[in-house]
Design a protein around this ligand. Structure first.
Ligand SMILES: Cc1ncc(COP(=O)(O)O)c(C=O)c1O
Length: 387
């Protein structure tokens, strides 16, 4: 049996896969099982920040692999400690809990917020306000945090204690805050799976003000937009505030599973031994790779991200068959006149891999995609959208 047949027979059918097997790649170009090369505008859904088989990242991971590949969290390990230091020093936060995925990073953020609420506001202050149309993960608690009924309906009952506000409606957040005993408000600066919509600056300033007045924690889910994708190291930095907690994953590991929950001053003492843990969390190979990623997300690279973003926005906006372009940095949603499935298939036919978010085309290219490769790919997308 070939890979398609094996997959169909032996893999639980939770994914609607594209009809393409990936067999290799280098940088922003992936090699298909059909022998063709494809420009990758998806980065494995915002994971491969420096593209496929990035030399420095491979070197960092392999060197660590040759030292030791894993130790339990009962022992100290340098890559884990150094990565935590980098994350804290570059964001002004205090300490980090490492896990393996975005959902787990959010689980930890939720645990931290609930314990903080109970300890500081009163035992019943455990409710977390999230936003409608958000996406926070697939575990039962992060599904509950996700403000979309479609994700809930087959898996009830979910974890209690989440209420959902309209994005960009501060009055709605305030109402929920008054009606419930809340510990935190948790949000994505750019709702990714929800359709690549950036929150308005006015709304986010409203959240910051409300959090101060009502003693709420601000929890940013930086799983998709974080790690340089927004044109700043973390998405919230574009909005000029610092959250109390942020979670991240995806791009941080650069292709290996790594999640991080980064805790600020207010919550830095919320955990004690035994209150959270993970066998693989902070794996030294993943952390060594992440150090190589984070150390290259410098001002020069971030300026390039902003420049590429501007190029995509200005090229696509107003182009034939394109209704709107949304997002931030290199996390971009394109609303098309044609059915986005048709556009996506046409792009693939012409050697470019794009993603979808709801009914939009979603672009999440590697941050270091060469300009000429990006231009080629955007031309293909423009052509595919044209009516
Ligand atoms: C904003 C956000 N949070 C959480 C998650 C869940 O991450 P993971 O799939 O690594 O559990 C995702 C995944 O798409 C995401 O985009």
């Amino acid at each position: 049996m070939n890979t398609f047949e094996l997959d169909k027979k032996f893999i639980a059918p939770t994914y609607a896969r594209f009809p393409l097997e990936i067999v290799g790649g280098k940088g922003s170009v992936l090699l298909g099982g059909d022998g063709r090369e494809y420009i990758d505008l998806g980065s494995g859904i915002a994971v491969n920040i420096f593209g496929a088989v990035d030399d420095e990242w491979v070197k960092a991971c392999t060197e660590q692999m040759n030292r030791f590949q894993h130790t339990s969290n009962l022992f100290y390990s340098e890559p884990c400690a150094k990565l935590a230091q980098m994350l804290c020093e570059r964001t002004g936060m205090n300490n980090v809990f490492f896990s393996n995925s975005g959902a787990e990073a959010n689980e930890c953020a939720i645990k931290a917020a609930r314990r903080w609420g109970a300890l500081n506001k009163g035992e019943e202050y455990t409710t977390i306000i999230t936003l409608k149309n958000s996406f926070h993960g697939r575990t039962l608690t992060t599904l509950a945090a996700t403000g979309q009924d479609a994700f809930h309906k087959d898996f009830l009952p979910l974890t209690e204690g989440f209420v959902y506000a309209e994005p960009n409606d501060i009055d709605d957040v305030e109402r929920l805050c008054k009606e419930n005993k809340c510990a935190a408000v948790m949000f994505e600066i750019v709702q990714g799976e929800g359709g690549v919509n950036a929150l308005s600056k006015e709304f986010v300033s409203g959240l910051v003000k409300l959090a101060k007045e009502e003693n709420l924690l601000l929890v940013c889910d930086e799983v998709q937009i974080g790690n340089g994708r927004s044109g700043m190291l973390y998405g919230f930095m574009n909005y000029g505030f610092k959250p109390d907690i942020f979670s991240t994953a995806k791009g941080l590991g650069g292709g290996l599973p790594l999640g991080a929950t980064v805790l600020g001053e207010k919550v830095k003492d919320v955990f004690a031994p035994g209150l959270n843990g993970s066998t693989f969390g902070g794996n030294p190979v993943c952390c060594a790779g992440a150090i190589s990623i984070l150390s290259r997300l410098d001002e020069k690279l971030l300026a390039e991200v902003r420049e590429k973003s501007e190029y995509i926005f200005s090229t696509l906006r107003g182009s034939s068959g394109i209704k709107s372009v949304s997002g931030l940095g290199l996390m971009i949603g394109v609303e098309t006149e044609k059915d986005s499935n048709e556009v996506l298939a046409k792009c693939r036919e012409n050697g470019v891999l794009v993603l979808k978010a709801k009914t939009k085309i979603r672009l999440l290219p590697p941050l270091n995609i060469p300009f000429d490769t990006l231009k080629k790919a955007i031309d293909v997308l423009k052509d595919a959208c044209r009516i």
